[in-house]
Design a protein around this ligand. Structure first.
Ligand code: C2E
Ligand code: CA
Ligand code: CA
Length: 803
């Protein structure tokens, strides 16, 4: 970031050369080299013209000299001839001497030719000299004949030898002279032409040269102008960039400071005063460090020293401002060592406000590690704390404990009241758990209605159980919601372990297993994990696979328990049993929960439905007086939600032939409450088939009159737990009486469940309760036993025998 400002800050003058360099090195180079090139070409041109002229001239001169040499030789031989004739007429020694001189002149002329001429010329010279030697010998003999006056011999020698020799020599030399003369004439013509060419070309070449010089000169001039303009532009750009830089520095939200080595502030941008709430003059002259929180100053000093010691280095650091720094709380500093930089000579510190970013980071952190509803640590943070606690306990002899807390019936609150009410309960539950925790403990929400209390530094299991008791106690008080008060108890699973002995995951699983036990054992209690519980888990797994087989292999039985219309017995409730191959007859409590969890309940339920319909039809057919006998079949929550439910019921009826009015389905209050509107729709569909509906275990859920009125149902079954108390407990008496009155007002039949004594039966009869069901009348029993009872006669006998 800082590097972008550099040109504006201190490198203004140095910035131009690179730019000039950019705009025209090519044109400048072209100008200079062009000019030099033209001059060199012109000089070369002039030199080559002169050379051509010189060569042509010297060749012409050489040709002329040789031609002259041969001509001289010709003249000399002609001289010899005439002197030879003269000696014949006038034989005087002077004439012979002149003849000898002429012969010598011939030889000299030929030797001149040899020295200047070509090889061809030398050959001609050699042959002429040979002819001349023969001529001179012949002349010698002829002159002797002249001296002797032997005219006949003279004539003979002259005609036979001298004249032919003379003719041959004269012809040879005159021919050669002529040839060379011709060549000289030709060379002269060429010389003239060269001269003419040079004369024409020279002005053209020079004109072209001057033109080129002008062009290159212009190019150079334009290059210079361009360069000047570029320099001006660059200077303007630098001024602009500097202005921009200044306005940036002065108006940026960042605070910019320049410090001397050692940390004293020597420049500060205007924001420093306003953003950091400084007195006029701000930090000028003071150490930079004082602007920051005391705890952070050492770190800043350290960073500053590092930057100062390394030229051109930069470093970033995040700090908290000293108290009183107006809007800024957290700040990011970028320190850059520009001590070597001309125009700066300092450590430039750019400070940026990161308060908002920090807040956002903290919020993200909260979201990642904290539950938004309760503000408690979430599962991720809990895991982290658990690992830490285990690691710490490895050093000490302490243990780590987990309380796994699951709210009882929380789903009911959520479903029957509202999610808002559910949230209120969770928030208050979190508060209550925090009351139980010690300062070293962590309360976390794992999700839904599951909480965990991590107990660090635990001395014993007993200590953990005591805290668990406190939790149970905390949940005994009602939750006061906006709309109403509700009771939500807590089940607590306790697991205690030591580091090295147990991994975190296992400890958590143990606590989970223990809480499951607490729920199974009736909720609102705490259970300490024991190793045997895992064995029980295995047993559960085994039971599940066995149940699968049981359904297929026909190990399930349906028992029937009469529902006594107090005076006549015409109704039965079908209750499933499992004839286990090794463990004997099992009650529903031992396998229905597993069937629910695994989905096996669908086929199990179907089996009971079909079997109950078939059996009841068989009894109706066999016993004429039982033609209107009805059978009640229990539906689990899951079965009730099954989309195929009414189709399954229709099939069961049509396959067995049982009249719909003979079948009653029992559905628990909690199954209905999950989704009242959907329940109303399903119940309506079943009732259209002609089937009766009873609400089972009535009174245990969050019964609300409002929805009860809307339900298409025929009967209520008061839960056993209330019947137990009607003889002694006033509260139960009030509840049971209220339910009976309610049922009457809604025109519903009412059955009391779990009637065990004559006293209970008498009371119920007195309160006009329509029907009773319980061990006092009859225990659930297998179909064959019912058949025997029916065969033997009355409802009374049903009671007597079964009881
Ligand atoms: P439930 O529908 O409330 O059935 C009545 C339970 O009370 C039966 O227990 C019955 O044996 C017991 N009981 C009847 N009279 C008395 C009495 O005087 N005193 C006492 N202490 N208990 C009495 P059981 O057969 O063990 O069944 C338990 C639960 O299992 C049933 O409660 C029902 O919710 C469920 N269940 C049974 N059969 C089926 C079935 O075929 N399908 C489904 N989905 N659930 C079934
Ligand atoms: Ca029932
Ligand atoms: Ca019941």
């Amino acid at each position: 970031m800082l590097s972008r400002r550099e040109p504006g800050f201190d490198e203004g003058d140095q910035a131009s050369p690179p730019l000039l360099h950019k705009i025209g090195p090519a044109s400048a180079r072209l100008g200079v080299f062009g000019l030099a090139g033209v001059l060199v070409v012109l000089a070369a041109f002039a030199f080559s013209g002169a050379l051509a002229t010189y060569r042509a001239a010297s060749a012409t001169r050489a040709a002329n000299e040789i031609s002259d040499g041969f001509n001289d030789a010709h003249l000399a031989v002609v001289d010899e001839e005439s002197l030879e004739r003269k000696y014949r007429l006038e034989p005087a020694p002077a004439i012979r001497a002149r003849h000898l001189a002429a012969a010598a002149a011939l030889v000299a002329a030929l030797e001149r030719v040899r020295s200047k001429g070509t090889e061809e010329d030398a050959r001609i010279v050699d042959s002429v000299l040979a002819l001349h030697v023969a001529y001179l010998q012949a002349i010698g003999r002829m002159f002797a004949a002249v001296d002797a006056g032997d005219a006949a011999l003279v004539l003979k020698i002259d005609g036979g030898e001298v004249d032919p020799s003379f003719d041959a020599i004269a012809t040879a030399v005159s021919t050669a002279a002529n040839d060379h003369h011709q060549a000289a004439v030709q060379l002269l013509a060429r010389l003239e032409e060269t001269d003419r060419n040079v004369a024409i070309a020279t002005p053209i070449a020079f004109a072209l040269g001057i033109g080129l010089i002008a062009i290159f000169g212009l190019a150079l001039r334009s290059y210079r102008r361009q360069a000047q303009r570029a320099v001006a532009r660059e200077a303007a750009g630098i001024r602009l960039s500097e202005q921009r830089f200044r306005s940036l520095v002065q108006n940026a939200s960042d605070v910019i400071l320049v410090c001397s080595a050692g940390g004293a502030v020597i420049y500060q941008s205007p924001q420093a005063e306003s953003a950091w709430n400084l007195a006029p003059g701000g930090l000028l002259g003071q150490p930079l460090f004082v602007a920051f929180r005391v705890e952070d100053q050492a770190m800043l000093r350290d960073t500053f020293a590092k930057v100062e010691s390394a030229p051109a280095s930069t470093r970033k650091i995040e700090l908290e401002m000293a108290p009183g720094a107006k809007d800024w709380r957290y700040c990011e500093l970028l320190l850059a060592n520009l001590l070597d930089r001309p125009g700066v000579h300092g450590i430039v510190v750019t400070a940026r406000d990161i308060t908002a970013r920090r807040a956002f980071e903290q919020q993200l952190n909260r979201q990642a590690f904290y539950d938004s509803l309760t503000g408690l640590p979430n599962r991720a943070l809990f895991h982290d704390r658990l690992e830490q606690a285990l690691a710490r306990s490895a050093q000490t002899d302490d243990r780590v404990g987990l309380l796994f807390i699951d709210l009882d019936h929380f789903k009911l609150v959520n479903d029957s009241l509202s999610h808002g009410a559910g949230d209120e309960v969770l928030i208050d539950a979190a508060r209550r758990l925090q009351l139980c925790a010690r300062s070293t403990d962590t309360v976390a929400r794992l999700g839904g209605d599951e909480f965990i209390l991590l107990l660090a530094n635990l001395s014993s299991e007993r200590e953990a159980m005591e805290i668990a008791d406190r939790v149970i106690l905390q949940f005994q008080a009602p939750f006061r919601l906006k709309e109403r008060e509700v009771f939500v108890t807590a089940s607590v699973g306790v697991a205690v372990g030591r580091a090295n002995a147990i991994p975190a995951d296992t400890l958590l699983r143990n606590a989970d297993t223990a809480v499951y036990r607490a729920k199974m054992a009736g909720k609102a209690r705490r259970v300490l994990f024991e190793d045997s519980m895992h064995i029980d888990d295995l047993a559960r797994l085994e039971l599940e696979s066995q149940l699968r087989r049981a359904i297929v292999q026909g190990e399930l039985r349906v028992f029937y328990q009469p529902i006594v219309r107090i005076e006549t017995g015409a109704m039965l409730e079908a209750l499933v049993r499992w004839q286990h191959p090794t463990r004997g007859l099992l009650l529903p409590a031992e396998f229905i929960p597993i069937a629910e969890e695994t989905g096996l309940i669908a086929s199990l339920g179907l089996f009971v439905l079909n079997e109950a319909c078939r059996q009841t039809m068989a009894w109706q057919t066999r016993f004429a007086d039982r033609a209107h006998m009805t059978v009640s079949v229990n539906l689990s929550t899951r079965q009730f939600q099954e989309p195929s439910l009414s189709a399954d019921v229709e099939t069961a009826l049509s396959e067995s032939g049982l009249a719909p009015s003979s079948l009653k389905l029992e559905i628990t209050e909690s199954a209905i409450i999950r989704d009242v509107d959907a329940a109303i729709a399903t119940l309506g569909k079943l009732r259209k088939l002609g089937i009766q509906i009873a609400v089972d275990d009535f009174g245990t859920g969050y019964s609300s009159l409002a929805y009860l009125k809307r339900l298409p149902i025929d009967a209520l079954k008061i839960d056993q737990s209330f019947i137990k108390g009607i003889v002694n407990a006033q509260e139960d008496t009030a509840i049971v009486q209220a339910i009976i009155t309610l049922a009457r007002s809604l025109d519903l039949k009412v059955t009391a469940e779990g009637v065990e004594t004559a006293a209970q039966s008498a009371l119920l009869q007195a309160w006009n309760c329509d029907r009773g069901q319980g061990f006092y009348f009859a225990r659930p029993t297998e179909a064959a036993a019912i058949t025997r009872l029916l065969a033997s006669g009355s409802a009374a006998s049903v009671r007597t025998e079964a009881a």
